[in-house]
Write a protein that binds this ligand. Structure first.
Ligand code: TRP
Length: 334
C-alpha cells in the first residue's frame, strides 16, 4: 500500500449463500477496481458471531466465500482478500474505539434495533457494538472509499464520526472514509417479489438464485419467477418482474436492455425465462467449475489465506500502534 492509490475497503459476511444479485451487483464490478485502487475484501467472520452459527456450516461457508471471490476473478495477489479474525488488530482497535463511541450513538442504529427484535432471545453486547467493529475494520486500513449498500450507510456515518472525533483529539490518526457508489452494477430484484432486492437472507429460496445452484435449479427457479398478466415483453417499470428478467439477461450477456428486447421479439414469457436461465447458467457453470478446482487445491488456497492475512496484519498493525502511542499506552520493549 503505497498511497499512490486510494484504498478501497469492503467487508462481507459469510452467512447465507451468495446470490446472483451479489455477483452481478457487486462482485463482478470489483474485478476492474484493482487497477485504480488498493483493494481489501474482508470476510467479516467476527461480525457473524453476533448471531449463533452452526460451527461446521459456518466454517464451510466462510471458506467457500473465499474461493468464490477468487473463482470470480479477483486476483488474490493484487487484492487483499482475508478473514477478519486472522488479523487480531481488528479486535484491538475495536476495544480502543469502544472508548470513543457513545451509548446514545449506538442506540440509534437502526440495524441494532432490527436485529434485537429479530433475535430477542440473544441481544448480546456484540450486537450493540457491531458498528464499532465495523468502524475498526475500515479505519485500520486508512481506507478512502467503502462501497456500501443503503443498509450499511448509517454504519459508515458512525465510522466517520468516530474517526473525526479521534482526529480532533489526537491530530491526524485516521483517514475519514467516504462511501463509494460505483456507476455500474446491476440491481437484481427478488424473483418472487420484484419490488424487493434479491437477498441472501430471503427466507423463500425461490426468490434468489444462489451462485452454487445447479443448472436445473436455475431453470426451475426462473420458470417460477413472478411476472404479470400483460403478456408482453417490455422494459418498463409497470412490469417489474419482466423488467428484472431483462436486467438479469443483460447483466449476464453484456447486452443492453434494448438488445435484449430484440432477442425476445415476438416471444412469450416462457421463452424469455428459458433464455434468461441459459444466460445465467453460462455465467454460473464456469464459476462453479472453478470453485470445484480450487477446492481440490488446498495447498494453494491455504497459502493465499496465510499470505493475505499477514499482509493485512502488517498495515493494520501500523494503525493500532499509531493510536496506542497517541493515547499514551507504553510501547512494549523489543
Ligand atoms: N456489516 C457489513 C454487512 O453486513 C459487513 C462489513 C463488516 C463491512 N465490516 C465492513 C462492510 C467494513 C464494509 C466495510 O454488510
Amino acid at each position: 500500500m503505497n498511497k499512490d492509490k486510494k484504498v478501497l475497503y469492503s467487508g462481507m459476511q459469510a452467512t447465507g449463500n451468495l446470490t446472483l444479485g451479489n455477483y452481478l451487483g457487486a462482485l463482478k464490478n470489483w474485478l476492474t477496481l484493482g487497477d485504480e485502487f488498493d483493494c481489501f475484501y474482508m470476510i467479516a467472520d467476527l461480525h457473524s458471531l453476533t448471531v449463533r452459527q452452526n460451527p461446521a456450516e459456518f466454517r464451510k461457508r466462510a471458506r467457500q466465500l473465499f474461493m468464490i471471490y477468487i473463482a470470480a476473478g479477483l486476483d488474490p495477489e493484487k487484492n487483499c482478500i482475508y478473514f477478519q479474525h486472522m488479523v487480531p488488530q481488528h479486535a484491538e482497535l475495536a476495544w480502543m474505539l469502544n472508548c470513543f463511541t457513545y451509548m446514545g450513538e449506538l442506540n440509534r442504529m437502526t440495524q441494532f434495533k432490527d436485529k434485537s427484535q429479530k433475535h430477542a432471545d440473544n441481544i448480546n453486547a456484540g450486537l450493540f457494538t457491531y458498528p464499532v467493529l465495523m468502524a475498526s475494520d475500515i479505519l485500520l486500513f486508512q481506507s478512502d472509499l467503502v462501497p456500501v449498500g443503503i443498509d450499511q450507510k448509517q454504519h459508515l456515518e458512525i465510522t466517520r464520526d468516530i474517526a473525526e472525533r479521534v482526529n480532533s483529539i489526537y491530530g491526524d490518526v485516521f483517514t475519514v472514509p467516504e462511501g463509494y457508489y460505483p456507476k455500474v452494477g446491476a440491481k437484481i430484484m427478488s424473483l418472487q417479489d420484484p419490488t424487493k432486492k434479491m437477498s441472501k437472507s430471503d427466507e423463500n429460496v425461490n426468490a434468489s438464485i444462489y451462485l452454487m445452484d445447479d443448472a436445473d435449479t436455475v431453470v426451475r427457479k426462473l420458470k417460477r419467477a413472478v411476472t404479470d398478466s400483460e403478456g408482453v415483453i417490455a422494459y418498463r417499470p409497470e412490469q417489474p418482474g419482466v423488467n428484472n428478467l431483462i436486467d438479469i439477461y443483460s447483466a449476464c450477456t453484456g447486452k443492453t436492455p434494448e438488445e435484449a428486447l430484440k432477442d425476445f421479439e415476438g416471444q412469450g414469457y416462457g421463452q424469455l425465462k428459458t433464455g434468461v436461465a441459459e444466460a445465467v447458467n453460462s455465467i454460473l457453470v464456469p464459476l462453479q467449475t472453478r470453485v470445484k478446482e480450487l477446492e481440490q487445491d488446498k495447498t494453494y488456497i491455504d497459502s493465499i489465506i496465510k499470505n493475505n492475512a499477514e499482509k493485512a496484519q502488517y498495515y493494520a498493525n501500523k494503525t493500532v500502534r499509531k493510536l496506542q502511542k497517541k493515547v499514551g499506552l507504553i510501547e512494549m520493549p523489543r
